[in-house]
Design a protein around this ligand. Structure first.
Ligand SMILES: *Cc1c(COP(=O)(O)O)cnc(C)c1O
Length: 215
């Protein structure tokens, strides 16, 4: 699977629900970037595993839990509200660390997914909110496509995310090279995501097998 991923695209190995030993095995094979969607699980694995691992928080983030990962998290993918942006900024200020984040965009036709709408993001930027957060570094956008076999639908949603990225980049981040990531693509759709301009794919089951939530 690694050969399907071009060098400019970062592979986030999504290790949620799998034990630290599984992460260790992938680490020993050379993987250094892992994604988790629960703060407690992320912290527990980070404590048990080598410190040169890059930990990415990919799930919905509760603002009262930022403090547990603020010192070491490499990237928070799922920033989906203005309130959360301010909370992250406050936590960053406390420890004097600029925390790298992605803004999650709602691109799917499903009720269950989190994120800003494209219009909300335009308003947020237009009002200057994103440029008034000295302890947040906005590194780009993240999105999840609809879970469907209709690959035209998936492609359309990834295109929407890509075009929103280009629009915001031109309007608000022209002189900010750190705004450069588009986190899109999972096990079932990462090839399409890469074709549509993804710079980070978040892949779990295609690497580690199916997750067993009942454990
Ligand atoms: C679980 C998860 C993934 C990985 O999903 P797979 O289908 O197992 O590759 C990617 N992104 C997010 C936000 C997730 O929660």
């Amino acid at each position: 699977m690694k050969r399907d991923i071009p060098g400019h695209v970062k592979l986030i190995a999504v290790s949620k629900t799998h034990p630290a030993e599984t992460v260790r095995e992938a680490y020993d094979l050379g993987q250094r970037v892992f994604g988790e969607n629960k703060v407690q699980e992320l912290v527990s694995k980070a404590e048990q595993l080598p410190s040169d691992i890059e930990w990415h928080m990919i799930g919905h983030m509760q603002s009262n839990k930022i403090k547990y990962i603020s010192r070491f998290v490499s990237l928070i993918h799922g920033v989906d509200s203005e309130g959360l942006l301010h909370k992250i900024n406050n936590e960053g200020r406390k420890i004097n660390r600029v925390i790298p984040c992605l803004l999650q965009v709602y691109i799917a036709e499903e009720e269950t997914k989190f994120g800003f709408s494209p219009e909300e993001l335009r308003i947020l930027h237009g009002e200057g909110v994103t440029s008034e957060l000295p302890f947040v570094e906005i590194c780009g956008l993240m999105g999840m496509a609809t879970f469907t076999d209709d690959f035209n639908q998936v492609r359309k949603e990834f295109r929407l995310l890509y075009s929103l990225f280009t629009e915001l980049k031109a309007g608000y981040y022209k002189d900010k090279p750190s705004f450069r990531e588009i986190s899109m693509g999972m096990s079932n759709d990462y090839k399409i995501a890469i074709e549509e301009g993804s710079t980070m794919v978040r892949i779990g089951s295609a690497l580690f097998g199916d997750r067993n939530y009942s454990k």
